[in-house]
Design a protein around this ligand. Structure first.
Ligand SMILES: Nc1ncnc2c1ncn2[C@@H]1O[C@H](COP(=O)(O)OP(=O)(O)OP(=O)(O)O)[C@@H](O)[C@H]1O
Ligand SMILES: [Mg+2]
Length: 369
């Protein structure tokens, strides 16, 4: 039985907004995506009215789940700034912090950190996975969330093919791999599907993965962010209750420009930058051991000093890291005594230390939007 957008809208006629308007007529409703029995949509509300809308969100989910043929329904509230409020521009630098709507933590999760960069392909996902594993070797209970809805990486990097089980039809059980608790949209939808998602859907799916997955008790949740510093990333940085951000950059000037944008973005939303990792820092020939600084080693360290953020360490450009990643066998888990694992574990130790500092000296200021 095929569920259509019209079926969903018809069922939403039975859900009343706080002012009595039926939800299907409300301007707050995003576009509705119904595909293969899976339904996604979001309701955009003012940050101050989230409490009043939560019962509407719940009711909407109930009525949609009751439609014959619906296998899952994801409905999320996206808190928007009031109309007319200045839209923060990451490029405008860190002059004044942008309003940050109230973010609610994820129950049981002590600290959520983002691994990000302005630029694509610099090794965020590879770093996120090995950093998460490095934090786990320090004795922490660690989860990893793939926030790259358009191009999820964790199914490949951790060689995960199974689908998360549904718990009572309302929550999902995350996947366990190498001691990490893992969730990615790539476990749920076909690889091609995310490409057609629109902005609010992405936020919906993310909120759902944060709040409707049984993460359990975690010391740290590492979030592998999508590339860029556009609206999607900014919204995520605002909506996910982040304790800090780790910026990954390669040493070239161009990548550093993007890393700078990433740092400015997090600063604007009052998320402490825990530091910069220089990935593909230098090339060590696997045959002769000769080292060459292909991208001009040290750029990220200098940039960190210039911007006054900690330098967390460097990871060489090495065939083993790439090959192992592509096979779903991350080096920290599969070659724990090797030099690459040691580099990642040293970075993890610095991140852990920075996290302690982040809570102690830089409490996040929450400003109502
Ligand atoms: N230190 C490294 N040495 C060798 N290869 C690496 C290293 N770090 C990452 N790679 C490789 O570079 C490619 C891009 O890495 P990755 O997918 O982690 O980047 P990303 O920043 O997450 O990309 P995207 O912006 O697309 O999300 C992958 O093939 C990965 O295996
Ligand atoms: Mg990635």
């Amino acid at each position: 039985m095929t569920v259509t957008k019209d079926d969903v809208l018809a069922s939403l006629a039975r859900v009343a907004c706080p002012d009595g308007t039926p939800l299907h007529r409300s301007a707050a409703l995003s576009d509705v995506l119904a595909t293969d029995g899976k339904v996604f949509f979001s309701i955009a509300v003012d940050a101050g009215e989230v409490k009043a809308w939560e019962p509407v969100r719940k009711r909407a989910e109930e009525v949609v789940r009751a439609i014959p043929g619906v296998t899952s329904a994801l409905v999320a509230l996206t808190a928007e700034r009031k109309a007319g409020a200045a839209r923060p521009s990451p490029a405008a630098g860190a002059a004044r912090p942008a309003p940050r709507g109230e973010t609610v933590g994820v129950p049981g999760v002590e600290a959520i950190i983002a691994v990000a960069s302005g630029k694509g392909g610099v090794g965020k996902s590879t770093t996120a996975v090995n950093l998460a594993l490095g934090l786990a070797t320090l004795g922490l209970k660690v989860g990893i969330l793939d926030a790259d809805i358009y191009g999820p990486s964790l199914p490949k990097l951790l060689a995960i093919k199974e689908k998360p089980q549904s718990l009572g039809g309302t929550r999902l059980k995350p996947i366990s791999r190498y001691g990490l608790t893992v969730m990615s949209i790539g476990f749920i939808v076909d690889e091609e599907t995310p490409m057609i998602w629109r902005g609010p859907m992405v936020i919906s799916a993310l909120t759902q993965m944060l709040r409707e997955v049984e993460w359990g008790a975690l010391d740290v949740m590492v979030v592998d962010m999508p590339p860029g510093t556009g609206d999607a990333q900014l919204t995520m940085a605002q909506q996910v209750p982040l304790k800090g951000a780790v910026i990954v950059s390669t040493p070239q000037d161009l990548a550093l420009v993007d890393a700078r944008r990433g740092i400015a973005m997090f600063r604007r939303v009052n998320v402490p930058v825990l530091g910069i990792v220089e990935n593909m820092s230098y090339f060590q020939c696997p045959q002769c051991g000769t080292r060459s600084d292909v991208f001009g080693h040290g750029g990220a360290r200098h940039e960190a000093e210039r911007l006054g953020v900690p330098f967390l360490g460097e990871v060489p450009l090495h065939m083993t890291i790439r090959e192992k990643s592509d096979l779903g066998l991350p080096v920290v888990a599969t070659e724990p005594d090797g030099p690459h694992a040691q580099a990642y574990c040293a970075i993890a130790a610095r991140v852990r230390d920075q996290l302690k500092g982040a809570t102690r000296t830089a409490p996040r200021i929450v400003i109502e939007g």
